[in-house]
Design a protein around this ligand. Structure first.
Ligand SMILES: [Zn+2]
Length: 191
């Protein structure tokens, strides 16, 4: 799959919106990504899953592990394309856990799949959990890499596209300087 196709789908699905936003970090940005909208189309989700599976198959994963919620749809699609089991981790009281009777075998080769990797925090938490349960993390696969190469992940990161969206401290935001007011993403009904 071409990087341009992913970029086109991000725009067409409304997953990538441009405007003036206040992010959860408090920083302001001129763009915002909501990957769930990209995956709203099952056909697109499956195609993206196939593309990520193709790029990850060299790591010979025995299974896919995704942190909920963001990783659920794309993780399932990648696992389906690879023909391996799909499991997910979830947060309980702040800690990442493997629940619902899911088990990892000792030495199992795990591919972690996420929609977007930004800081790598949830990826690392998921990886730490997998390792603590005796598995081996071979790689992480994501639709979008927003790390700017700075996540410092201790395993390879496979992505379909990378995205560098500008953001600023509120006091330095050029959009505020132009007199605009920032909105919180998703605060508009239907947005
Ligand atoms: Zn601003």
């Amino acid at each position: 799959m071409k990087e341009e196709t992913v970029a086109e789908w991000l725009e067409a699905s409304g997953a990538l919106t441009r405007g003036h936003f206040q992010l959860s970090s408090g920083r302001h940005s001129s763009a915002y990504v909501q990957c769930a909208l990209l995956l709203e189309s099952p056909a697109r989700a499956l195609r993206l899953g196939e593309a990520l599976a193709e790029r990850s198959s060299g790591h010979r994963p025995d299974s896919v592990l995704s942190p909920a919620m963001g990783g659920l749809m794309i993780g399932f699609a990648v696992a389906a394309a690879l023909g391996v089991p799909f499991r997910f981790t979830e947060r309980k009281g702040g800690a990442m856990e493997l629940r619902r009777g899911f088990l990892l075998r000792p030495g199992e080769r795990v591919l972690i799949v996420e929609d977007v990797v930004t800081t790598g925090r949830s990826t690392l938490e998921t990886a730490d959990l997998a390792v603590a349960l005796g598995a081996r993390v071979e790689a992480v696969a994501a639709i979008i890499d927003r790390t700017r190469g700075q996540a410092g992940l201790p395993f390879p990161l496979v992505a379909l596209t990378s995205l560098e969206l500008p953001s600023w401290e509120a006091a330095e935001c050029p959009l505020c300087a132009e007199g605009g007011a920032a909105e919180k993403p998703g605060s508009r009904p239907g947005a």
